[in-house]
Design a protein around this ligand. Structure first.
Ligand SMILES: C[S@@+](CC[C@H](N)C(=O)[O-])C[C@H]1O[C@@H](n2cnc3c(N)ncnc32)[C@H](O)[C@@H]1O
Length: 337
């Protein structure tokens, strides 16, 4: 892969965990040999076969399909593809499982094995609690928010462009909005629009400073709070940017239901993230990011059909995806008018 822009650099960072997952499933779980015992397997069947967490099994299958080591069947199950049966299975004449074994004791691989077995997120950077526990520490929250801000500087103009095409919101609620980088880009691109960033108390000082530095404190408000409580009324667009990948479907349903209750008729819900394709077969960068999210949080990357399954029963309609930039996209849904 050649680095052509910021998205490739972020993609490279995100991919660091994925190779560890590959080594873990080949060396610790002998996944391709075990899969060869069956005609095909779903994520649930893989989780039973290897005694691993089902969310982790689902993310693992998507990554291995994206790599070309598994093939996705029309019913959603998978089968080993040729490179896996030739080189990564017991009895192969060129058996590269042994080569993978030469890096299987790296701390990253051992951490992956632990997450696969328990389903619980790993400690952030190998120490202390997971990222969410650590967000209560102001120093950690500052460093984390600076990382989110750096990514947002290059992603947010494309998000603003996509939202401009969807319509002109009056007031945007940027839920889990971190430094406010997205809210600021949106109000800059959409004259007459104002916004508020809702985030944890440990984060909002950074949000206020960052919004003030852009001279937008009069148009972008900051609310310290818990997004899992009631959401404030008066906003006609709710933005969740890089938030849902931190959570499981039950938590996302809770957030979406709160948004549905708070949005006016015709209000818009936007999930800005890396999304998987509809069959959860890739693309590779998105599948690698999903591995990172699976290891670090209780979430993963979702496909549009997976999100529609959550949003439609709540009452949202017209759930669809629009690409933005660098492998990112928005899944947009509307509360009926
Ligand atoms: C992965 S970051 C995404 C930040 C930003 N929206 C972006 O796109 O870069 C997730 C954000 O959700 C916030 N968050 C997590 N739990 C929250 C809660 N219960 N209430 C409000 N914000 C929360 C975090 O503080 C963090 O800023």
């Amino acid at each position: 892969m050649r680095i052509l822009g910021p998205g490739d650099i972020v993609g490279l960072v995100n991919s660091t965990y994925a190779a560890d997952l590959f080594v873990a499933v080949v060396t610790e779980f002998d996944l391709f040999t075990r899969l060869a015992e069956r005609e095909s397997a779903t994520a649930r069947q893989l989780s039973e076969l290897l005694e691993i967490d089902e969310r982790a099994a689902d993310v693992t299958l998507t990554y291995l399909v994206a790599l070309g080591l598994l093939r996705r069947l029309p019913d959603g199950a998978v089968q080993p593809a040729e490179p896996a049966t030739r080189y990564l299975k017991a009895g192969a004449s060129v058996d590269l499982r042994h080569y993978a074994g030469s890096v299987s004791n790296r701390p990253g691989v051992r951490e992956v094995v632990q997450v696969l077995r328990t389903g619980r997120p790993a400690p952030w950077e190998g120490e202390g609690g997971d990222w969410l526990d650590r967000m209560a520490e102001n120093d950690f929250a500052d460093t984390f928010s600076a990382a989110m801000n750096a990514r947002g500087v290059y992603l947010s103009p494309a998000l603003a462009e996509a939202l401009g095409e969807i319509g002109r919101p009056d007031k945007i609620l940027d839920i889990g909005g971190s430094s406010g980088v997205y809210a600021c880009s949106l109000v800059e691109a959409l004259p007459g629009t104002s916004a508020a960033v809702l985030d944890l108390p440990s984060v909002v000082d950074v949000s206020r400073e960052s919004i003030a530095a852009r001279g937008l404190s009069d148009r972008v408000d900051v609310i310290a709070g818990d997004m899992f409580g009631d959401l404030p009324p008066g906003f006609d667009l709710h933005l969740y940017s890089n938030v849902w990948h931190d959570w499981d479907p039950r938590a996302i349903a809770k957030l979406a239901a709160a948004s549905f209750a708070a949005l006016p008729p015709g209000g818009v819900l936007v999930d800005h993230d890396m999304h998987l394709d509809d069959t959860k077969s890739g693309p590779l960068r998105q599948a690698e990011f999903s591995v990172r999210m699976m290891l670090m949080t209780t979430g993963k990357c979702y496909s549009t059909p997976e999100l529609a399954e959550i949003l439609v029963p709540i009452g949202f309609e017209d759930v669809h995806l629009r690409p933005t930039t660098a492998g990112y996209s928005v899944v947009v849904a509307r509360k009926p008018a």
